[in-house]
Unconditional design. Structure first.
Length: 262
């Protein structure tokens, strides 16, 4: 199987299979120029080489090419990976952080590269995610918030990133949603409207955003749903009428005889 760019090493020099320390694998068709090589510049060929020859990975962890080190680290003996947390390449450090036991990976929580901290956010135990909820990078915080125990999410209700506050609104215990009722982002307020105790929906019924009021109408109690029959937007009035029908509450006579679509 061949394809891709010409087989050259990471510096663009032509590969010399005869001089390679793995040359014995060539006769056994476990490697070959243009399709499987630990020292090719093309990542797919490196990956294929280690897939076919996993016992060679340990000896390639100090190769000068970061792609070779990263692919070797994915299958090398785990006991040899701890030094890679200090590798100059963030991709290699990320592989090590994912594979090492959490107790050792924690050493990378302050890694300067977001790629490493994102990898940690995906794999750390729940109890160790709290530092990443305060990470300066919003995507790191978002991944950590997606995995963290909902009990720690109230610390993010005032996060500067709206996508994180929305995630909090979708996951935090409903009793913590109060501060998000007045969130500046309508997507966050809509998420609140979908989950907050129906008895606390009143302020959101006056929201400036149609989508928020529509979400309120879908969950409102009878009194609030009747209020929303007078909403300026037809979709909200219709949702309020549907909600009254759902809970078996009659609208006031004037509204029952009117066209909710106005």
């Amino acid at each position: 199987m061949t394809g891709g760019p010409d087989p050259v090493d990471w510096q663009g020099t032509a590969l010399d299979c005869a001089a390679c320390r793995f040359s014995g694998l060539l006769a056994r068709r476990q490697c070959g120029p243009g399709w499987s090589c630990a020292f090719d510049r093309y990542a797919a060929r490196i990956a294929r080489f280690f897939m076919m020859n996993p016992d060679t990975a340990d000896s390639c962890l100090d190769d000068p090419y970061s792609e070779t080190r990263a692919h070797a680290a994915r299958i090398a003996n785990i006991f040899r990976l701890r030094p890679l947390l200090n590798d100059p390449d963030p991709g290699v450090r990320a592989v090590a952080a994912v594979r090492l036991p959490a107790a050792q990976s924690k050493a990378a929580l302050d890694d300067p590269d977001r790629e490493v901290r994102i990898a940690l956010a995906w794999r750390m135990p729940f109890a160790d995610l709290v530092p990443l909820l305060r990470d300066p990078d919003p995507f790191v915080r978002q991944v950590a918030a997606r995995r963290a125990d909902p009990g720690v999410l109230p610390i993010l209700t005032r996060d500067p990133a709206p996508e994180i506050r929305k995630l909090v609104a979708e996951r935090v215990a409903p009793r913590w949603l109060g501060p998000l009722i007045v969130d500046p982002d309508p997507a966050v307020r809509r998420a609140v409207a979908h989950r907050i105790d129906p008895a606390r929906l009143g302020p959101l019924a006056e929201d400036s955003d149609l989508r928020v009021r529509h979400a309120v109408a879908e969950r409102a109690g009878a009194a609030l749903a009747r209020r929303l029959l007078d909403d300026p937007e037809a979709p909200v009035r219709q949702a309020a009428a549907d909600r009254l029908a759902e809970i078996g509450a009659a609208a006031p006579p004037a509204e029952r005889n009117s066209d909710v679509d106005g």
